[in-house]
Design a protein around this ligand. Structure first.
Ligand code: IPM
Ligand code: MN
Length: 350
């Protein structure tokens, strides 16, 4: 069996951090004896500026033949906001029906957190973000655009099917994680009384019927932000909609040590999933060998976990933790090591 992995280096520091993730992949494949084949795709802002191309239907058909997709970052300051987001990242998420965005918020030993008096014991949870619906569905439009009577709507789309499959994934994940066995629904039931009513009803019905071993909890999204800072230890697994998940996982990334370490997976449990560091293309650090590749390496860990290479994934996690102990900081330029040195340290500890 040879895994087929599509690689999208992308823009800015994307290719640099992806290279370190691939270095680590090479190390674990040797150690745990599995084979893989890489194929590169040049979706990027750079290519868009040159040729006007984004991700075509044909590209999507090609991607369907892979076991996983590994993404560095896509984003170029010279491209108008929205084009690459919709044309590349959201395009792949939607077309491949990657309906889960899985984002661990785990503070590793020796990593600085801005949250006072909290450490790895307290900051250890995972956010399951719905990834294909909500405010991201693209429903809405203008009326009388450009006039003083203009109306703009952006509708949050929540389908029973979409909510159900996201909740089921979250319950299953909580059971498999087997830590506190607690799943917190984050919503806004006091204001968004239709959308989150559907979430809440489905959450409790499913939990009662199929997951009696999982403790159910609820938090409004604004309060959840407060608790991320004040009592992060209250969380085990969180499930939420697309927009709230986007927002709270940036906050989550900060309390786990910053964008240099935060990884995520766009997952279709029945299809092809895509893994990425969530920090973006960081154009100002491009080519300087100073960006932190640990988020990209963590994304590789998640990729292998999803392929069922659990031992390889665990080895990467242990190696990341060891490497953190040697680093001065998780921030670009302040690590006390270069990008490639961090990758080397992880690979050699494997
Ligand atoms: C993320 C990003 C994307 C999102 C953007 C780039 C479209 O912020 O992955 O969290 O909003 O989902
Ligand atoms: Mn985001």
């Amino acid at each position: 069996m040879t895994y087929k992995i599509a690689v999208i280096g992308g823009d800015g520091t994307g290719p640099e951090v992806a290279a370190e993730g691939l270095k680590v992949l090479a190390a674990v494949s040797k150690k745990f004896n599995f084979k893989y084949k890489l194929e590169e795709f040049d979706f990027s802002g750079k290519r868009y500026l040159k040729t006007g191309e984004l991700v075509s239907d044909k590209d999507i058909e090609k991607l369907r033949a892979f076991d996983a997709i590994y993404l560095g970052a896509v984003g170029d300051p010279d491209v108008k906001p929205g084009i690459l987001e919709h044309g590349v990242l959201l395009r792949i998420r939607f077309a491949m029906d990657q309906y889960i965005n899985l984002r661990p918020v785990i503070l590793y030993p020796n990593v600085w957190t801005p949250v006072k008096d909290k450490g790895p014991k307290e900051i250890d949870f995972v956010v399951v973000r719905e990834n294909t619906e909500g405010l991201y569905a693209g429903t809405g439009g203008y009326l009388r655009k450009g006039t003083s009577d203009e109306i703009a709507t952006q509708v949050s789309v929540n389908t029973y099917k979409g909510v159900e499959r996201c909740l089921r994934y979250a319950f299953e994940y909580t059971r498999k994680r087997n830590k506190r066995k607690q799943l917190t629904l984050v919503g806004k039931t006091n204001v968004l009384t239709y959308a989150f009513d559907l979430w809440e009803r489905t959450f409790h019905a499913m939990g009662e019927k199929d997951y009696p071993d999982i403790k159910r909890d609820y938090a409004h999204v604004d309060a959840a932000c407060m608790w991320f800072v004040k009592n992060p230890e209250w969380f085990d697994v969180i499930v939420t909609d697309n927009m709230f998940g986007d927002i709270i996982t940036d906050l989550g990334a900060m309390i786990q040590g910053g964008m240099g370490i935060a990884a995520g997976g766009n997952i279709n449990p029945e299809g092809v999933s895509m893994f990425e560091p969530i920090g973006g293309s960081a154009p100002k650090y491009t080519g300087k060998n100073v960006i932190n590749p640990l988020a990209a390496i963590g994304a590789m860990q998640m990729l292998l976990e999803t392929l069922g290479e659990d031992k390889a994934a665990q080895a990467i996690e242990a190696a990341i933790k060891k490497t953190c102990l040697k680093m001065k900081s998780m921030s670009a330029g302040k690590m006390g090591m270069s990008t490639t040195e961090v990758g080397d340290a992880v690979a050699s500890s494997i």
